[in-house]
Design a protein around this ligand. Structure first.
Ligand SMILES: [Zn+2]
Length: 332
């Protein structure tokens, strides 16, 4: 029913899911860089289409709204929220009486800027498992948000510039929401600013923020993508204190690895418990994993699920190892 060739293909339908090479017709779950392929036609939500075209240029889309099933290529398909980014979607495909769900990247915890994830019962579940090891247990959101606010306030009080590094699509807008809701004045990197304006087109509003300008950071919190950590933009800021926002903050050495003063576990992915919770709720007969740690399937088998890795990836020892740098979403 399913095959993996640099992307998931639902046999006999011509429908691909987040394929990494160009196809005729592909579902793109969200507009992160690892999904940025211009297929002949892309199946996506309107939010993802807008964000995708902003980042990667014009493309041809077939738009679907959440929870509006439709027949396409001989199967019934339905998109529903993944909780990962604004417009981020999972897909349910019904083919010859079999229900197949592909999650894309997801999180079950509530996001301040993305629609809340749903879980649907299915026969075959194809899921991400980025944080598929038991020690990835994220603290409650309220605690993470408080830690972010504390880092900002403490450094502002000392006359320093708090800098948060957050992936520009999704994580950065959530960071803006968390900090501006708590009254902080924000200066945001251009890439993040432009994406925030698109979020606002879809009704997600932010307070107290402006486009970053060099030398104008007095009393403000700066939000920038991790990719600019070593750039002159960051290097030139005097009296800065930098925090990276990533689920990998739970690993020892995360601060050192990122060259920052603090690592705070704000993630837009599910942690280990959420991955298991998802599978228990979906009650699939078969689970395939596509990202993350190989041994997550072992944990699922222990719980009685028939699980297998769809995409072979190297078994890795440390979240900070070379394999992570190349195979995994570093800023998850
Ligand atoms: Zn993603």
């Amino acid at each position: 029913m399913i095959e993996y060739k640099n992307g998931i293909h639902i046999k006999d339908t011509g429908l691909w899911l987040d394929a990494r090479r160009k196809t005729d017709f592909c579902f793109v779950s969200h507009a992160h860089a690892d999904h940025a392929v211009k297929h002949a036609q892309i199946l996506a939500t309107k939010e993802t289409a807008r964000l995708f075209e902003h980042r990667y240029g014009e493309a041809k889309f077939k738009l679907l709204e959440y929870n509006r099933p439709k027949r396409l290529n001989g199967v019934k398909v339905e998109l529903f929220p993944s909780g990962h980014t604004l417009g981020g979607a999972q897909i349910l495909i019904e083919k010859a009486g079999t229900r197949i769900v592909y999650t894309g990247d997801f999180r079950l915890r509530k996001s301040l800027t993305a629609q809340k994830a749903q879980v649907k019962k299915c026969d075959i579940l194809i899921m991400e498992s980025t944080f598929g090891r038991p020690h990835y247990k994220f603290p409650p959101s309220s605690q993470v948000h408080a830690q972010m606010a504390e880092f900002a306030q403490e450094n502002l009080t000392k006359g320093k510039v708090p800098v948060f590094l957050a992936y520009s699509l999704g994580k950065a807008q959530e960071t803006m929401k968390i900090l501006s809701n708590r009254g902080f004045k924000l200066s945001v990197h251009g890439a993040i600013y432009n994406l925030a304006r698109i979020y606002e087109e879809f009704g997600v509003r932010f307070k107290n923020y402006e486009h970053y300008e060099a030398g104008n950071l007095e009393g403000k919190v700066l939000i920038a993508p991790p990719s600019v950590r070593k750039s002159s933009m960051i290097e030139r800021i005097p009296r800065k204190r930098i925090a990276v926002l990533t689920g990998w903050a739970l690993d020892k050495g995360a601060r050192y690895f990122n060259g920052v003063d603090e690592a705070i576990p704000l993630s837009d992915h599910a942690d280990f418990a959420e991955l298991l919770e998802y599978v228990k709720k979906a009650q699939p007969k078969k689970v395939y994993t596509v990202h993350g740690f190989a041994e997550f399937v072992e944990f699922l088998r222990e719980k009685g699920f028939d699980a297998e890795q769809l995409k072979r990836s190297t078994r890795i020892e440390s979240a900070l190892s070379k394999e992570v740098q190349t195979n995994y979403d570093l800023f998850a």
